[in-house]
Design a protein around this ligand. Structure first.
Ligand SMILES: C[S@@+](CC[C@H](N)C(=O)[O-])C[C@H]1O[C@@H](n2cnc3c(N)ncnc32)[C@H](O)[C@@H]1O
Length: 361
């Protein structure tokens, strides 16, 4: 497909534009691709403008969104439409695509930023999706049936009069519209935090890893467990959990017989029955302290894998996360541990990121 612009678009949580821009700059620079972020604080997306169209294409071909921290979705920007006549929102899209002769896409997503203003566009986006699909299929820009192995066409509305047109590749994009993994709150879970670990397990681990790690009978430790939202996720997969916290655990969880509650300091705790498969940690503490603790558990082989949250400061959030993660990485490397690290600012996270360290040997 021809490349119309020199930019990519990254969706993010509103308020995280600076961090997303800093991260994109760092990733681009590492690859000797150069550009700069353009954004307004609170808009829920960043446009990253490269010096050449080739650099923009290289970036999106090389960087899966799952390997980034703050972006929820990434696409190559093909063009944008500023509507003069709101009665025809489809014609200008077809004109723009006609100019570019794109390959056929397998799906169309009509999206909007995750902001208060953006949410007012949800209805319009839903309404437009059907006629847009029909018009695109008539021109053969879109496959007859949805084909998720083909590129996706994104229309990202920033207002009722303006949208970006973009393209993402199957293996590089988030599989979720708006880059948001929506989950139903399990009615028996004791806290909304449960959705953080559920999203992490679903999106940061492969199906094979999930099955191997969260298997019935496997042991886990949950540091900072109360009231038990994360423990709930593990127990509902029939795992045995040592739940460590001075707070109170939900009675329902204790009644499962799968939870061994320990009112202790998570920084001093040692696993009671020796090695566990999975360590999880949601203690509110400084990221560098948590990072060292996690690395110690892994290098001492108290746990094979770890999933933990790093609480973010108000400023220099990207740099703070990188420093903490680099510390974990270098401790694992000195212990010859080969692990895959995934770090994501999940939809259900607030001012924190989730890190999964999955050992590969
Ligand atoms: C965000 S809450 C955890 C929520 C939990 N993941 C859930 O899903 O219900 C943080 C917890 O960490 C605990 N905590 C903080 N520092 C701790 C420490 N040093 N040792 C043990 N628990 C700690 C707090 O008591 C609090 O219950």
């Amino acid at each position: 497909m021809s490349v119309a612009t020199q930019s990519i678009i990254a969706y993010c949580r509103a308020g995280y534009e600076v961090d997303t821009g800093n991260e994109l700059t760092a990733i681009a620079t590492e690859r000797e691709l150069y550009g700069f972020p353009v954004f307004k604080a609170g808009e829920g997306y960043v446009r990253f403008q490269f010096h050449s169209a080739e650099d923009a294409a290289k970036f999106v071909n090389d960087v899966p969104v799952q390997e980034t921290i703050f972006p929820r979705q990434l696409f190559l920007l093909l063009g944008e439409v500023q509507l003069e006549d709101k009665s025809d929102r489809i014609g200008p899209l077809l004109d723009s695509l006609n100019e570019q002769a794109p390959d056929r896409c397998g799906t169309l997503w009509v999206e909007y930023p995750d902001t208060d203003d953006g949410k007012t566009l949800a209805k319009l986006c839903r309404k437009l999706a059907v006629p847009l699909r029909q018009a695109l299929r008539a021109k053969d820009y879109l496959s007859r049936k949805e084909q998720l192995n083909l590129p996706a066409l994104h229309l990202f509305f920033t207002s009722g009069e303006h949208y970006f047109i973009g393209l993402s590749q199957a293996k590089r994009r988030s599989p979720f519209e708006n880059g948001i993994c929506r989950l139903k709150f399990p009615p028996k879970a004791p806290s909304r935090s449960t959705l953080k670990l559920e999203e992490a397990l679903l999106t940061m681990l492969t199906a094979g890893q999930r099955e191997a790690i969260c298997r019935p009978g496997a042991r886990a430790v949950d540091l900072g467990a109360c009231p038990g939202g994360w423990t709930y996720q593990l127990v509902s997969r029939d795992m045995h959990v040592e739940a460590v916290d001075n707070g109170k655990m939900a009675d329902d969880l204790m009644a499962t017989g799968l939870v061994d509650y320990r009112a202790e300091d998570g920084f001093k705790y040692r696993p009671q029955m020796g090695h566990v498969e999975l360590l999880v940690c949601d203690m509110i503490e400084k990221p560098d302290r948590v990072a060292v603790l996690m690395a110690n558990w892994l290098t001492r082989n108290w746990a094979t894998h770890a999933i933990f949250n790093l609480k973010l400061p108000m400023k220099r959030r990207y740099e703070t996360v990188r420093t903490a993660i680099d510390a974990v990485g270098s401790q694992l490397a000195s212990a010859n541990i080969n692990a895959r690290m995934v770090i994501r600012h999940l939809y259900h996270n607030r001012d924190e990121v989730t890190v999964a360290v999955i050992r590969e040997n």
